[in-house]
Design a protein around this ligand. Structure first.
Ligand code: BMA
Length: 372
């Protein structure tokens, strides 16, 4: 029943998008009848239906492999002449009231770039490497296996968690375009929970507590009136559909079935990567099809892109085999020389990335501007 309802809403919002596209320049998000989240859902549905995939990059316009803080730059733009279609941003640090995130990106600049990305037709997604509300240690401090249980059962911790989530809600609610319309975005909390490297990981909380963490997050966000968010669920690599769905919080909380799968090693790891993509993105696809949800390859990449043909020989075939609405590669750090997942001008995979961009399957910001 739920799946049918969701599909109908998707179809209705798609009709609204198309009717708005006809004679006026109004976008679906301008319509009073649907939320910015529903309008974004309709756009992503039409991308999925076309069999194409949007390319995305984390922190794309705020720093690159050799620069930081410049305006109007992007390693991707400097190679292919266009911005990625999806930009991922990380909210880690917003829960502390900090003005910059955990990677020193200012939230003011982030908001400005979200607005700019939306204006050029692109899409924005968010992850959240939050500190824990027990002792304020970062996401990766996972020795304490009681954090989630304390959020749910200890009133003082719960109150601190509540305020952390509200700080995210305020940021989401502040994302408006120049006409004052809310911008539809994707939020992907409590990600990679099938691993055990974050305080919300598999060994750090029970199945029920993980699901309750999601429910509590949604309850608070709904209470704050956040209606411009599509919610993505994104396990790290899994080996079965059961494992993919073991901690799934429920159809009422999730819009996008995601998958985070990294390649570990260019020489020996390609086959293993293909298998991990097949099992994890495959599980996401089957789960999404059963429920009328979207599919996204929410994080991937080969650190240092150590294989010059990685784009057309590994990533492109993978996304053609497992179609998703978008694929995001992680950041090009400016202060950690080997920590990059997209090419930059002069990198040995840059030409191959041009071929990936030129392939008719991949969509970048300009392509998206044409289909809104
Ligand atoms: C990780 C690394 C870290 C970074 C974090 C949040 O995967 O890139 O350096 O701080 O993501 O962006």
């Amino acid at each position: 029943m739920k799946a049918l309802y969701t599909t109908m809403i998707g179809a209705l919002t798609m009709m609204a998008t198309y009717s708005c596209n006809g004679s006026s320049s109004k976008t679906a998000a301008d319509s009073d009848s649907i939320t910015a989240a529903q309008a974004l859902r309709a756009r992503l549905d039409s991308v999925s239906a076309s069999g194409k995939i949007i390319f995305g990059h984390d922190d794309d316009p705020v720093y690159g492999h050799t620069w930081v803080g410049d305006e109007g730059r992007s390693d991707i733009l400097e190679i292919v002449g266009d911005y990625p279609g999806v930009m991922n941003w990380d909210l880690g640090g917003i829960e502390l009231g900090d003005s910059v995130n955990l990677d020193s990106v200012s939230f003011e600049r982030m908001r400005a770039e979200v607005i700019a990305q939306d204006a050029r037709g692109g899409i924005n997604a968010f992850s959240w490497h939050s500190v824990n509300p027990v002792d304020g240690m970062n996401s990766w401090a996972c020795e304490d296996t009681t954090i989630v249980a304390q959020i749910l059962n200890n009133p003082e911790v719960k109150a601190r968690f509540d305020e952390q989530v509200r700080s995210v809600a305020r940021f989401m609610n502040s994302l408006t375009d120049t006409q004052g319309n809310k911008i539809g975005v994707i939020l992907r909390p409590w990600h990679e929970h099938t691993g055990s490297w974050f305080w919300w990981g598999e060994k750090q909380c029970t199945v029920d507590d993980y699901k309750a963490l999601w429910a509590e997050t949604r309850r608070i966000m709904d209470e704050e009136g956040v209606d411009n968010v599509l919610w993505a669920y994104s396990p790290d690599r899994v080996t079965s559909d059961d494992q993919y769905l073991e901690r799934y919080p429920g159809d009422e909380f999730v819009d996008i079935m995601g998958a985070d799968v990294y390649a570990y090693n260019a020489e020996k790891g390609v086959d293993q990567y293909r298998m991990a993509v097949a099992s994890t993105l495959g599980a996401a696809t089957r789960a999404a099809n059963d429920r009328g949800k979207l599919v996204a390859f929410t994080e991937t990449g080969l650190e240092g892109v150590t294989m010059p043909t990685w784009w057309t020989e590994v990533l492109l075939p993978a996304v053609k085999e497992w179609p998703a609405a978008y694929v995001v590669v992680w950041r090009n750090a400016h202060d950690k020389p080997g920590h990059f997942f997209a090419p930059y001008p002069g990198h040995e995979s840059a030409d191959n990335f041009k071929a990936f961009h030129a392939d008719s399957t991949t969509l970048f910001a300009r392509d998206l501007n044409e289909i809104r």
